[in-house]
Write a protein that binds this ligand. Structure first.
Ligand code: GDP
Ligand code: IMO
Ligand code: MG
Length: 425
């Protein structure tokens, strides 16, 4: 069997959690491969709403195995809160959630370092989620990290050495006004709590499952434009959010990847700082934010809103080899007279390009838009493609043509049921 991969193609919050939940019945295993509690994946069903941070979104559907892979960074205290909350709402996790021994641990001092680095950057700050993601991945690549597997042997000594090193760095940054007593106590409780879960070599497990014919869905976090190598650097997260990240984060060979699902919103959002060529600063942007409830699931921050950016999407599809697109939140545009899509960029020297350039710094790009009539219909009640108004079908056809990739699923509301699977032509 091959593993399918599901990725966000914009700046995150495309609706990955909802779609993973919808697709889970078709799979035996759902595996997260990168990121950490910077993610906020929202699922709605049976009148309930859940936000997942580190736990894969396959946790709610039947008896599926969920895996946190080695590419993930895990904060034991936040993980404990998240898992206990799910158990309180009646969802048993223990035998169904396996954790890679290779996943790196986010220490309380990583979160302090995150804050200290942001403070040091001043007006150039990234606007991180403050969860210690960057410093944890930096420790990993500089070969200083602490891994889940480390908790099984002489952990206190290892922890103390890492903490001492971090505190030295914090002093160098003049960031000394903190008290870790309570946080650390809870963090250590989280370490004990983690030990209740199967801590495994997930690369062996996943490859064995694939060999046994099991169907695996790999769940991405963040989005392509936040990828450490291909995103809008340096305003990115610290992991590989593209398809290759699934290979690295789970130990799956590239030849074992099957379908690559790319999730896109009918418009575009971004939370945190950094360039965003199609951002709207006017009433239309405010309307999209209000109707789409565009506020961060993790930090509650306002999400910046703009029109869909097909230049960035073509690039995202290219770098991940996306085979199918999933279109989310079109219902948010239900009331608009016209809809715009950016099909090309005009660069500061006047050149027009359809290829995503190296530099998209604010002010260097003027989006070239195509404007189309809106559908002015409430899509949220629709259950099949046959009901779509003509203008909406034309919008979908336009996107498929521009992006040279089929749209196979259309989401018309936050609930699990508000999902339309299209027939492949
Ligand atoms: P993720 O991080 O990619 O999983 O996305 P988030 O959960 O952060 O943000 C997506 C938001 O949109 C959540 O609040 C979802 O409940 C909501 N949502 C998902 N699909 C749709 C849709 O088709 N229409 C509307 N109106 N909301 C949706
Ligand atoms: P999901 O999985 C949207 C953004 C932050 C910041 C940058 C770096 O819900 O789509 P970090 O804390 O990772 O060092 O922050 O990345 N960011 C996200 N934006 N959705 C996310 O996750 C994000 N995870 C990180 O806002 O700009
Ligand atoms: Mg999110």
């Amino acid at each position: 069997m091959k593993a399918d991969v599901l990725l966000g193609l914009q700046w995150g919050d495309e609706g990955k959690g909802k779609v993973v939940d919808v697709l889970t019945p078709h799979y035996d295993v759902v595996a997260r491969f990168q990121g950490g509690p910077n993610a906020g994946h929202t699922l709605e069903f049976e009148g309930q709403k859940y936000v997942l941070r580190s736990i894969p979104s396959g946790i709610f559907q039947g008896d599926k195995l969920n895996i946190i892979g080695g590419g993930v960074v895990l904060a034991p205290d936040l993980f404990m809160d998240e898992a206990k909350e799910l158990e309180k709402s009646g969802h048993q996790l223990h035998s169904r959630l396996h954790i890679s021994k290779k996943a790196h641990l986010i220490m309380p001092t990583h979160r302090l370092l995150d804050a200290a680095y942001e403070a040091a950057k001043g007006k150039n700050k990234v606007g991180t989620t403050g969860k210690g993601i960057g410093p944890t991945y930096s420790d990993k690549t500089s070969r200083n990290g602490l891994r889940v597997g480390d908790i099984l042997c002489d952990f206190e000594t290892k922890y103390a050495a890492h903490k001492a090193r971090h505190e030295q760095m914090l002093r160098a940054l003049n960031y000394t006004d903190y008290d870790l007593t309570e946080v650390e106590k809870k963090w250590m409780e989280g370490i004990e709590y983690l030990k209740q879960f199967p801590l495994v070599d997930t690369e062996h497990e996943i490859n064995r499952l694939l060999k046994d014919g099991k169907r695996v869905l790999c769940e991405g976090a963040q989005g392509t434009m936040l990828d450490i190598d291909f995103g809008s650097y340096p305003f990115v997260t610290s992991s590989n959010t593209i398809c290759a990240g699934a290979c690295v984060g789970l130990g799956i060979g590239p030849n074992k990847i099957g379908e690559v699902f790319g999730i896109i919103k009918a418009y575009c959002t971004r939370v945190g700082a950094g360039p965003f060529p199609t951002e709207l600063f006017d009433e239309t942007g405010a309307q999209i934010r209000a109707i789409g409830h565009e506020y961060g699931a993790v930090t509650g921050r306002e999400r910046r809103c703009g029109w869909i950016d097909l230049v960035a999407l073509r690039y995202a599809i290219m770098v991940s080899g996306v085979t199918q697109l999933i279109l989310m939140k079109s219902d948010v545009l239900d009331g608009f007279d016209t809809i715009k899509a950016c099909t090309a960029y005009q660069l500061s020297d006047g050149t027009i390009t359809r290829d995503f350039p190296y530099d998209i710094t604010d002010g260097t790009i003027t989006p070239v838009y195509t404007e189309m009539p809106g559908w002015q219909t409430d899509l949220t009640q629709f259950g099949s493609e046959a009901q779509f108004p003509k203008a909406f079908s034309e919008y979908i056809a336009f996107l498929e043509k521009e992006l040279e990739t089929p749209i196979t699923i259309v989401s018309v509301g936050p609930d699990r049921e508000q999902t339309i699977i299209r027939k492949r032509k």
